[in-house]
Design a protein around this ligand. Structure first.
Ligand SMILES: [Zn+2]
Length: 128
């Protein structure tokens, strides 16, 4: 899995006013300011924190997943990566940008890796 170099979406505050709805909390008003990611002022820092922390864990997990030869270790980090990608996928479903490649890509990849690891572990059991 070669996604070690992915981009974290950049939250600068290019605000847009007018009739707007926040993509996260669904607040809707004529006076609401949302940024270019469709988020209101309250949601921007909250989501930024969550995304940065999930992305950091994902990066570390990917690193261990790619480096490790041990089946159990790889499975552990694959699950950790999966869990954090799922968390970010909630935002993807709401149309909020978080990381690129999108979280759903990581989820697909994790599912493939899990299948692979499962096959390998079956083979190893047969050998031993
Ligand atoms: Zn909001």
């Amino acid at each position: 899995m070669n996604y070690l170099q992915y981009n974290i979406f950049y939250w600068h505050h290019s605000e847009r006013t007018g009739l707007a709805r926040c993509r996260n909390c669904s607040q809707f008003s004529f006076f609401l300011k949302v940024n270019h990611n469709g988020l209101c002022d309250k949601c921007v820092p909250i989501i930024e924190n969550i995304v940065l922390s999930c992305a950091r864990i994902m990066k570390e997990s990917l690193n261990f997943l790619n480096k490790s030869e041990d089946l159990q270790t790889r499975l552990t980090y694959c699950n950790l990566l999966f869990k954090n990608a799922l968390r970010l996928e909630e935002y993807e479903k709401k149309g909020i940008q978080t990381i690129k490649p999108h979280p759903s890509i990581f989820i697909e990849e994790c599912q493939k890796i899990k299948k692979e690891l499962h096959h390998v572990s079956l083979k190893e059991e047969r050998i031993s």
